[in-house]
Every structure is written in structure tokens, then in C-alpha cells.
Design a protein around this ligand. Structure first.
Ligand code: UD1
Length: 422
């Protein structure tokens, strides 16, 4: 297993290119199952989660070809011979549940393993299932699998979520494109990844209105065609790398970045004393000479502060002047990075879904370990500003969501390397 070694660093300078969004790509790929014509995705990120989705789609009979070093994915589902998503693949990645809606919509049947628990909380899939039931599907849970059927096809219906779940909205949206009649999704998630999925589905011939708002209306069509679609910028990778100069000082330009993807996050950076400006090619982030100011953060569905940036923001606030309160409202048990940051000298008190962070002048390097993707990268960011050396173990978490993390950070002057622990 590999580790990442980071040494305390001076200011960072240069440019970091931002990849296409992992979470958008993981819902765009299963959209291929809705049509027998080719779907081409441009600007795909090169990540292990994308390889897992590739493996899953291939197990169903889809063709997935990786071109241009993985930045272009050519998908085709003209010969789907298996409608069962096996536990062995699904357990590796929750996003596997996103094949359920498309398979059911196109073939009237699907069997998908339940994803099971995950390190950041219970994360059930009840909302996905209720949405499909609202479109006339019959669901049965047997031996850890969801057996879904809709022999005469799905029918348009009203889906009323009691929480604006990203994944459940994506499953419902994809399924509704081929349902007979009109589907209305109320309390829909408004994340940019949903808007990106709707854009792609429209290019395939779907009739969708209202994506980006909390009510999406879909008029079902008989069939969808092929499309070529460019994946939206990864706002979480963007926010993560914006924090690197915020923590280390200097000025870094994030190529492809846009403020509208991260308004709530940019407001908090501004309040902390970090300057973000729009440039011709993206966003530029500078930390002046002053201290970081403490700020309070509450994670919320889009357009609120993203839960996927909470751990990284905590790394910044560990050395702020004053006390910050971070409230996690999306996932229970998402503060596993806090004890690791405390091993580096941070002062953090976690009570339920609230973490109180009292800034210290300097963190100290330490061997640390992360149990999820965003937690791992927060430890790297913390290590960049710490005195001495930080070794982050279990790098496979990082490979799920950050391509070339060592190359991107060393490209702006960070002292970081990947080592093999054999
Ligand atoms: C997606 C992202 C993930 C991100 C999250 C929140 C992907 C592959 N993953 O996850 O990186 O952290 O959005 O922005 O896109 N819930 C239920 N029942 C359900 C579904 C969800 O109770 O059927 C709850 C979850 O337990 C959680 C909350 O809803 O408390 C948010 O989950 P959701 O928005 O669905 O996140 P994901 O789609 O799993």
C-alpha cells in the first residue's frame, strides 16, 4: 500500500488544472444504459471510482472504451445481456446504485445489490427506491439485493423527496426520461452535477425542465439517442486545491474554476481573509500576510457549503486566529479526520455533528491515516502547513477521487511525494 509524504512548505505559486467532476461522471456513465446508441464523455477524470463504474457497466454487457489516456470515455449499451449488479462490485462504490433507474427504465427489470454501510454514516438508499415505486416499479428486497420490475415499463408519477438527495434525484431523473407520461420530482437536489446530467440527457433527446431548481419536470419519451457531452468541472477538487495556497500562502490559479460552482465556499474563504478573483482561465487564490480568521461553517445541500469540503476547510481553520464551529448536516460520523488532525497538534472538540476548532499557531507533522476520500486530502493540506514531515497512509482512498494529486501539488511548489510501503 502506498503512502503520501508531505513536508511543511513555503508559499505556493503557479497553476493547477481542475479535472472533470467525479460525481458527475459517475452518473453520466450509467446514462449509457438508457440508449442503444453511443455516448461519448469528454473531460472524464482519471480515477479508480471511474474504473469501478467501467467494470460494473462492462459486467452488464456495455462497451466502455477509454481514449486519450482516460480523458474521453466511449460508451455503448446496444447489447445489455445481464441486468444484475453484483455485490462484489457494488460494495466497492455506493454510486453503483445509479444503474438501477436506467436499467429498470429501459428493460423493465433490474437486480442491484444494496451498497451496505460506509465509513461516513449509514447512508441508506430508501429514497432511490421510493422514487422508483412512485413511477410504478415493484421492488422486493431479497438476499441483500433489490429486485425491481416494471413489466409494462415505468409510468410518470410524482416523486416527493423528504431530503434533497443527490443520488436519488439522479436515479429518478434518469428513470423518468423513458417513463410513460410526465414525472415531477419535488425537493430535487440542485447540485451542478444534476444540471450536468440533465444537459447530457437532453442531448440524448430527453425532455427535462427545471433542473437546477427544486422541482424538475420530465416528459417521458419512447427512446433516447446518442450524444457527446463534456463533463462539468469538479467543484470539490477545485475547492480542495483553492485551500492549498490559502493554507501555505502564495498565489495559485485554478484552471477551469468558476465561482458559481462554489459560492458559499468562496464566501467563507473571503470571511477567513483569503482573496479569490476570477481570471480569464479560472480562479486565482491569494493569501495575504495577515492571519487566517476563524469562521463558522454549516454543511448543506447545494447551494450551501458542500459536505465534501468540510474536512479540507477544517484543515485551514486549525491554524486560524480564534475559534470556529463546523456543523455537519449531511452525513453523521463525518469527522473522522478530527482525531488525526489532533495528532498533528490541532485543538478540536467533536460533539455529535458539531466540531469546535480552536486555532493554534502551527501544526506539527505526524504519521496519520484516513478512512475516507475527503479526510485523506484534508490531512495532506494540513501537512503542507505543518512543521516537519507528515505521512498519510491508505492512499487508495485518495485515488478514488483525486487524479495526480502529487503532480498537481508539486507543480505549484509543494513538497510532496508518493512512497511505496513494501
Ligand atoms: C453524493 C455524492 C457524495 C456527496 C453527497 C452529498 C456521488 C457519487 N456522491 O452522495 O460525494 O458527499 O452527494 O453532496 O455523487 N439519504 C437517505 N436515503 C437515501 C439517500 C440518501 O437517507 O436513499 C441520506 C444520506 O444518508 C445522507 C443524505 O441523505 O444523510 C445525503 O445523501 P445524498 O445526497 O443521497 O448523497 P449521495 O448521493 O449518496
Amino acid at each position: 500500500m502506498d503512502s503520501i509524504l508531505v513536508r511543511g512548505n513555503g508559499p505556493l505559486h503557479g497553476q493547477i488544472p481542475i479535472a472533470g467532476a467525479k460525481n458527475a461522471c459517475l452518473t453520466l456513465m450509467p446514462a449509457t444504459l438508457l440508449s442503444d446508441e453511443p455516448l461519448t464523455l469528454i473531460n472524464a477524470p482519471r480515477l479508480s471510482d471511474i474504473r469501478t463504474m467501467t467494470q460494473l457497466l462492462r459486467s452488464l454487457g456495455a462497451e466502455v472504451t477509454s481514449l486519450q489516456g482516460g480523458q474521453v470515455l466511449a460508451l455503448s449499451s446496444h447489447d445489455i445481456h445481464n441486468k444484475t449488479a453484483d455485490y462484489d462490485i457494488v460494495r466497492k462504490m455506493r454510486a453503483s446504485i445509479l444503474v438501477l433507474g436506467p436499467l429498470l427504465a429501459r428493460y423493465g427489470e433490474a437486480v442491484v445489490s444494496l451498497p451496505g454501510g460506509c465509513a461516513i454514516g449509514a447512508r441508506p438508499v430508501d429514497l432511490h427506491l421510493r422514487a422508483l415505486e412512485a413511477m410504478g416499479a415493484t421492488l422486493e428486497l431479497r438476499d441483500g439485493y433489490v429486485h425491481a420490475s416494471a413489466p409494462g415499463g415505468l409510468k410518470g408519477g410524482t416523486v416527493d423527496f423528504d431530503f434533497a438527495s443527490v443520488g436519488a434525484t439522479e436515479n429518478a431523473l434518469m428513470a423518468a426520461t423513458l417513463a410513460k407520461g410526465i414525472t415531477v420530482i419535488r425537493n430535487a437536489a440542485r447540485e451542478p452535477e444534476i444540471v450536468d446530467l440533465a444537459r447530457c440527457l437532453r442531448a440524448m433527446g430527453a425532455q427535462i425542465d427545471g433542473d437546477g431548481s427544486s422541482e424538475i419536470t420530465i416528459q417521458g419519451v419512447d427512446r433516447l439517442g446518442g450524444a457527446t457531452h463534456t463533463v462539468v468541472t469538479d467543484r470539490i477538487e477545485l475547492g480542495t486545491y483553492m485551500l492549498a495556497p490559502a493554507i501555505c500562502g502564495g498565489e495559485v490559479e485554478l484552471l477551469g474554476g468558476r465561482i458559481e460552482l462554489l459560492e458559499a465556499f468562496c464566501e467563507k474563504l473571503d470571511a477567513a481573509g483569503i482573496t479569490v478573483t476570477e481570471t480569464e482561465k479560472g480562479l486565482s487564490v491569494t493569501r495575504g500576510n495577515g492571519d487566517i480568521r476563524a469562521v463558522n461553517v454549516t454543511t448543506e445541500p447545494f447551494p450551501g457549503f458542500p459536505t465534501d469540503l468540510q474536512a479540507q476547510m477544517m484543515a485551514l481553520l486549525c491554524t486560524a486566529n480564534g475559534t470556529s464551529v463546523l456543523e455537519e448536516k449531511i452525513f453523521e460520523n463525518r469527522f473522522m479526520h478530527a482525531p488525526e488532525l489532533m495528532r498533528m497538534g490541532a485543538q478540536i472538540d467533536v460533539q455529535g455533528g458539531t466540531a469546535t476548532v480552536t486555532g493554534v499557531p502551527k501544526l506539527k507533522g505526524a504519521p496519520v491515516m484516513a478512512t475516507d476520500l475527503r479526510a485523506s486530502v484534508s490531512l495532506i493540506l494540513a501537512g503542507l502547513a505543518a512543521e516537519g514531515e507528515t505521512k498519510v497512509a491508505r492512499v487508495y482512498h485518495l485515488d478514488r477521487g483525486y487524479e495526480h494529486v502529487v503532480g498537481k501539488l508539486s507543480g505549484v511548489g509543494a513538497n510532496i511525494e508518493r512512497i511505496s510501503d513494501t
